[in-house]
Design a protein around this ligand. Structure first.
Ligand SMILES: *Cc1c(COP(=O)(O)O)cnc(C)c1O
Length: 424
């Protein structure tokens, strides 16, 4: 028998009437405004963040990953005999690469709780011990993760807790900013994470002593030679300005959608989602004043932008649930996250794959967050010590898709996503 041709998972032509040239971003990034470039800034970015979020004057660094590297470096110096970093098994692969820059540490993935981005308390309880340097709690996709349980378990073993709020700047719990519930917290300013400097990070600790140590380590770790730093920042400025130019539905296909479709044609979902990273993606340098001035100006528009995103998400969640989504990841009462996108769980993987086969290529801001649970990325295999299975994280990776919460996704198009994507 002749082998039949494999059926592509994401067929080229679809019985679907969405116009192809309009391209929505997968997350709700705050668009750059030309005025941000021209205007002088009245309040420096770090002071603006501190006032808005009620956090200590933060340490501004070159990326979220750099912030994590610095936090882990400081914690390692405080507890040199400890080596393990427990990471939720469904998170950004960059967090795994961070350990490479902190000698004497290793990443251990820890399963999530069922249908949740939270660490599984049982898995954490069994994996966290006297070897554990830090537990990373990840506030994925703007959601407020359960830090309290992790802090409770980690404390009892003498381990630290770091909040990865890379995707959640502006989210609060009980009125307090994320990052203030553990030893240290960080936000990312990467492209696609709300307010962006193309690459950037914000690091802080509620503990003044630890905060001072983080600042010292940041100064040391980010002190690469003047030339190298100059060249990186020149590149980032160019990237940010280009991104600002292309970040609109009429142009986004050129820098995002066309490449996404090309990678899906090649059946390379990891490349399509942008999940493949190398150590070269993690330079360590100080951020430049030009981009920080832009960020300071953009910051003034951010609270209203995020508030509108909350209203939009709140309207749309019930619609998705009525249409057959099993769950849309949400916050507990008292927590108020931000909404870069909606994380939608379908009843099973076949249902999720069906949705993506209809919508992923359509330029509608429908995508996957991360393709796999951490142990399933073959390129990360040598960088982790996998000591336990992670069925819930795998299940999450298999059943989740995301819908952008960009204001450019209007109600009419959202309704069509629901109709065409979630129909049985
Ligand atoms: C993006 C991201 C990071 C890394 O931040 P960068 O600024 O891209 O280095 C870390 N953790 C999570 C959950 C992320 O989404």
């Amino acid at each position: 028998m002749r082998p039949s041709r494999p059926v592509p998972a994401h067929p080229r032509s679809l019985p679907c009437s969405f116009p192809m040239r309009r391209e929505l971003p997968p997350t709700a990034g705050l668009p750059l405004a030309a005025a941000d470039i021209r205007k002088k800034c009245l309040v420096p970015f770090d002071e603006g963040l501190s006032a808005w979020l009620g956090i200590p004057l933060p340490i501004l660094v070159c990326s979220g990953t750099a912030a994590l590297i610095i936090a882990l470096t400081t914690l390692k110096r405080r507890s040199p005999q400890r080596s393990r970093i427990l990471l939720p098994a469904y998170t950004c692969p960059l967090a795994v690469l961070a350990a490479h820059f902190v000698p004497g540490t290793e990443i251990v993935p820890c399963d999530t709780a069922p249908n949740s981005i939270n660490l599984s308390p049982e898995a954490l309880d069994s994996q966290c011990d006297e070897r554990t340097l830090a537990v990373v709690v990840t506030h994925l996709g703007g959601r407020v993760a359960d830090v309290e349980t992790a802090v409770c378990i980690a404390r009892s073993r003498g381990a630290a807790v770091v909040e990865d709020a890379a995707q959640s700047m502006g989210a609060r719990s009980g009125g307090q900013s994320l990052g203030l519930f553990s030893d240290a917290g960080f936000f990312s300013l990467a492209a696609g994470k709300g307010l962006t400097t193309f690459e950037g990070g914000v690091l802080f600790s509620r503990d003044p002593e630890l905060h001072a140590e983080l600042a010292e380590d940041a100064a040391r770790i980010l002190s690469c030679s003047g030339w190298k730093s100059f060249l990186w920042n020149a590149r980032r400025i160019a990237e940010l300005l280009l991104y600002g130019f292309f970040y609109r539905p009429q142009r986004l296909a050129l820098i995002y959608g066309d490449r996404l479709r090309r990678e899906l044609d090649r059946n390379d979902e990891i490349a399509a989602v942008g999940d493949f990273f190398t150590l070269d993606d993690i330079p360590l340098h100080k951020p430049d004043a030009f981009r920080l001035r832009l960020a300071a100006n953009a910051l003034r528009r951010l609270p209203d932008f995020l508030a509108e995103g909350v209203r939009q998400a709140r309207r749309r969640i019930p619609v998705l649930l009525r249409a057959g989504a099993e769950r849309v990841l949400d916050d507990f009462p008292g927590d108020s996250g931000v909404w870069p996108f909606l994380m939608v769980l379908m009843p099973d993987q076949a249902g999720r794959d069906a949705v993506l086969s209809r919508l992923w290529r359509q330029g509608l801001g429908v995508s996957k967050l991360f393709v796999h649970a951490l142990p399933d990325y073959s390129y990360l295999a040598g960088r982790m010590s996998v000591s336990a299975d992670c069925p819930s994280a795998r299940d999450l990776a298999g059943r989740m898709f995301t819908i952008t919460n960009s204001p450019w996704l209007d109600d009419e198009t959202f309704a069509r996503i629901v109709e065409e994507g979630l129909r049985p």
